[in-house]
Design a protein around this ligand. Structure first.
Ligand code: TEU
Ligand code: CA
Length: 540
């Protein structure tokens, strides 16, 4: 039997930016509830809800101070229960973000832990003596600087792979692990649809041996977690795994191993950065390389013993049409092309809020306009090292996380209909043209392409379970593939570039299923328009 999450399309809601219901400029749970009808119309099966737990908000909720409380800025536990219940009425499950590699430094465990070396919670975190009066080793934080922070009270350093205010939990401690399992069961008992697991590849860390991701105990911990929590429930789990290879993806998601349903892999993220450097060190994208990575993750995992997710965007990643398409001359065409290419592939697609209407990156002129801790820390560190300010702002405009975090553009009213008050992060001024109301009123909009793609997946097993077969030798800019199941054969053709491209096939079109230009009726020596993409059933 195919489990529900293999047939599903998931929609990520970034709560702070989705819909404000009370005019404080911050999206909230009642705001999400008010938009469930819209999401049902789009046709999605589940919402991945970025964190809404109690948090000081240093990393927009990825720094949790109480896992079993809702942050007041988002509402109450009663609102959360209402969201789960009402979403169900709209046939939507709520997948919670599980952030258990680290907590906030305001979590009661850490407040206790830092009090003394023999505090019962000391070992919930990772403490280390100074070495020669310095940090224990060279481990770095993802948000710039050392991963070690000195705590004067006890004269030791604690580990933080992200902000100082996000101390890493010590998964070697079984009592801590079981506290986390209890917390997960608290949420599962509320009837949620599963978990998206933040940086889960880090929980097997062994800092003494300089091991961050994919540590030796990672998979045993996940098997233990599965057994103690979601294993017997009909829920989905997706691990955020930046360093997964196809083989590692199988270790996480082979059903026989009882770990996770699927992973997010990020191999394409490094394609526009200089090798061995950071995401801010830009280089142009090579379409041939993008194509290679996309194909690799369709062909090098065995879908009978693994499962993969499909996505272009999330709250950490820029808008794809701005990054790899053309959000000016061909905004609509390329948005539909990216959608068609991805949604016809093998795996579970994810849509990040606003992607379905073609929202774009939003450039800033000065660091004072930036909210994201990752960008701000990088800017300060590199400025101090003597880098050029304009170049740093440029890198932030290309890669910074605020790009995707701008308020959702609902209509052309004040603040894009996101809030009556002053939004926590300014809206992109292009909301006057790019908004949900306009998209819904135009049968040709990007929204309806997404809606159609979701429907095609729901109604055709070939999209869910069909084999993927690449058509070779189409050039770097054209990605063409078949999906095949029994008597059914579908062809997908996409021009990844803004220039015309030749394509030729002897296949006969039976029926065009989705397209971003006028429908084609033959494939004989055709010239693809900029960003043209279509899927058709072909005569077998
Ligand atoms: O992201 C993990 C992660 O590795 C990011 O820091 C990533 O390197 C960066 O965003 C790329 O730009 C997860 C969450 O998705 C992110 O929002 C959190 O900040 C981070 O974990 C810490 O919880
Ligand atoms: Ca609000």
């Amino acid at each position: 039997m195919t489990p529900w999450w293999k047939k599903a399309v998931v929609y990520q809601v970034y709560p702070k930016s989705f819909q404000d219901s009370n005019g404080d400029g911050i999206g909230d749970l009642q705001g999400i509830i008010s938009r469930l009808g819209y999401l049902e119309k789009l046709g999605i099966d589940a919402i991945w809800l970025s964190p809404v737990y109690q948090s000081p908000g240093v990393d927009n909720g990825y720094d949790i101070s109480d896992y079993e409380a809702i942050d007041p800025q988002y509402g109450t536990m009663a609102d959360m229960d209402e969201l789960i219940k009402k979403a169900k009425e709209h046939h939507i499950r709520i997948v919670m973000d599980l952030v258990v590699n680290h907590t906030s430094d305001q979590h009661k465990w850490f407040i206790e832990s830092r009090k003394s070396k023999n505090n019962p919670y000391r070992d919930y975190y990772i403490w280390h003596d100074p070495v020669d009066g310095h940090e224990p080793n060279e481990l770095k934080s993802a948000f710039s600087g050392s991963a070690w922070k000195f705590d004067g009270k006890t004269g030791q350093y604690y580990l933080h792979f992200f902000a100082d205010q996000q101390p890493d939990l010590n998964w070697k401690n079984p009592e801590l692990r079981h506290k986390i399992y209890d917390m997960m069961n608290f949420w599962l008992n509320k009837g949620i649809g599963g978990f998206r697991m933040d940086v889960i590849e880090l929980i097997g860390k062994d800092p003494d041996k300089m091991i961050r991701e994919n540590g030796p105990m990672l998979h045993p911990y996940l098997q233990e977690m599965n057994k103690n929590t979601f294993g017997k429930r009909y829920v989905m789990t997706v691990g955020e795994t930046w360093n997964a290879t196809p083989k590692i993806a199988e270790e996480y998601s082979d059903p026989a191993r009882h770990e996770l349903s699927m992973v997010f892999q990020f191999e394409n993220q490094s394609l526009d950065q200089q090798p061995g450097k950071e995401k801010w060190d830009l280089r142009p994208l090579d379409l041939g390389e993008l194509k290679k990575v996309l194909v690799k993750w369709q062909t090098e995992i065995d879908f009978d013993h693994a499962w993969n997710s499909l996505f272009w965007e999330n709250h950490d990643i820029p808008r794809v049409i701005s990054r790899w398409g053309n959000d000016k001359e061909y905004r609509v065409q390329c948005a539909k092309m990216f959608a068609i290419v991805l949604h016809m592939m093998h795996g579970t697609p994810y849509i990040f809020n606003g992607e379905e209407i073609g929202m774009t990156n939003c450039p800033v002129k000065d660091i004072s306009e930036v909210e994201d801790i990752e960008s701000i820390n990088m800017y300060n560190e590199r400025l101090a090292e003597g880098n050029d300010k304009d170049e740093l702002i440029h890198a932030i405009n290309v890669k910074g996380r605020d790009n995707a975090r701008r308020p959702m553009q609902w209509n052309d009213d004040k603040n894009a209909g996101f809030s009556d008050g002053r939004p926590w992060l300014a809206t992109n001024s292009n909301y006057v043209d790019i908004n949900v109301e306009k998209a819904l009123a135009n049968p040709d909009s990007i929204f309806y392409t997404y809606q159609k793609l979701i429907k095609l997946r729901h109604e055709n097993d070939v999209v869910v379970n069909g084999d993927f077969e690449l058509i070779p030798d189409t050039g770097d800019a054209v990605l063409a593939y078949y999906r095949v199941l029994g008597d059914e054969k579908w062809l997908v053709v996409a021009n990844l570039s803004g220039r015309e491209q030749k394509f030729n096939s002897a296949d006969q079109i039976d029926q065009v299923l989705v397209a971003n230009y006028d429908e084609r009726n033959d494939l004989n020596d055709i010239t693809l328009k900029p960003y043209e993409a279509f899927a058709c059933k072909i005569i077998k």
